[in-house]
Design a protein around this ligand. Sequence first.
Ligand code: PMP
Length: 309
Amino acid sequence: MAKMDVGRFAYFDGDFRPIEDAKVSILTHAFNYGTALFEGIRGYYSAAEDKVLIFRLKEHIDRITRNCSIMCMEIKETPADIERICCELVKRNGFKEDVYLRPIIYKSEHSLGPKLKGIESKFCCWNIKLGDYVNVETGLDVCVSSWRRVSDNAIPARAKTTGSYVNSALARSEAELAGFDESIVLREDGTVSEGSAMNIFIVKDGKLITPPENGDLLVGITRNSVIELAGEELGMLVVERPIARTELYVCDELFFTGTGAQVAPVRSVDRRLIGNGKPGPVSKKLQDIYFEVVQGKTAKYHRWCTPVE
Ligand code: PMP
């Protein structure tokens, strides 16, 4: 996401305002200590409905709302308010293409000290136009990072705090500097957690395997959607269990999932080809199903899409 195609309006300080007026002070707690929670949500433009459909909006709002408890945060907006604000923002920005929303709950107080309790928090949200975040066609070339994933007892990955993305940035940058597209990050115990901003799945002998929810990772909404789609639509057995590093080299297929990444096949890990070095049949089938679902083309899953009216 290098250059951003930013919407004219953002939601900031209790109202919709021109993006150039949506600014925080350098004294802000979140700026100094990384004390903000965020979400990344996609909306897909449906030509058939002539509307943007926001994917799994309620689930994203539910995740950030629950995470407020980890960070001792309270805001005046309710989950229903946030849902309305996200839809209204896309509408005000007038986008008739694929978009991305970034709701943020941040410690807004101007105060000294890395504390959580009793520090005022606010909600804001920005919105951009967004196509593919990573290549989803040919397969990504990835490496195993030398960085380790932040552990649940240090900086909980599940909380999706801005501070924890230093870990993601280190891993992603290491990969790019070495000529790879992306990193796979291991936990302190050496098992696989996830990519810099995406969950990971391997396919082995017809089974789909992904690390468990308590595996120092963000429990992705795309991950959960893909688990459901694989079971329901392909009748596949999905196993949530720790994955060893070398399982990455000997699996049949490997792919990432995420709001940004969508369903992104991987073609090599540490320069070892996965399968024949091309996106495999299961990855491609799940990707096709996923794209149909997010574009509102599958009646059964239209309940996952919130139309911007
Ligand atoms: N892991 C990390 C670290 C992420 O930043 C993301 C993107 N939000 C994901 C996984 C995928 O989560 P989701 O499918 O909810 O976007």
